[in-house]
Design a protein. Structure first.
Length: 113
């Protein structure tokens, strides 16, 4: 099981519960990816053995992957200029594809990776 936590100072941390029931230590996601400013929300879903994470920061949506080997990809922006002021996001695994919905201006927007 993966756990993501946003700190009071806007940091993002991750840990896992291992198959033997023990917990790993929280690690700084931004140290492994790249820092995002004004982080307000995070959502995630597993696809295979990879964890896909979508974060809302500075009114934009970003995506990173924690690979099965424990390494992270860099955060990349997934919202465009035509979808400004993102306030919320949701991620889901549908038949092995990452599906993301964001809310901007009270309207939902959807994309598939």
């Amino acid at each position: 099981m993966h756990i993501l936590a946003v700190s009071n100072s806007g940091g993002l941390f991750h840990t896992i519960r291992k198959q033997d029931g023990t917990w790993g230590q929280f690690g700084d996601v931004f140290a492994a990816t790249n820092a995002l400013g004004n982080l307000t929300q995070v959502t995630a879903t597993s696809i295979g053995y990879d964890l896909h994470v979508v974060a809302v920061a500075d009114g934009k949506a970003f995506h990173t992957v924690r690979l099965a080997n424990g390494t992270w990809t860099k955060f990349g922006q997934i919202s465009s200029a035509s979808v400004p002021n993102v306030t919320a996001a949701a991620a889901a695994n549908v038949k092995g594809e990452l599906q993301v919905t964001v809310i901007s201006g009270g309207k939902p927007y959807h994309t598939i990776r």
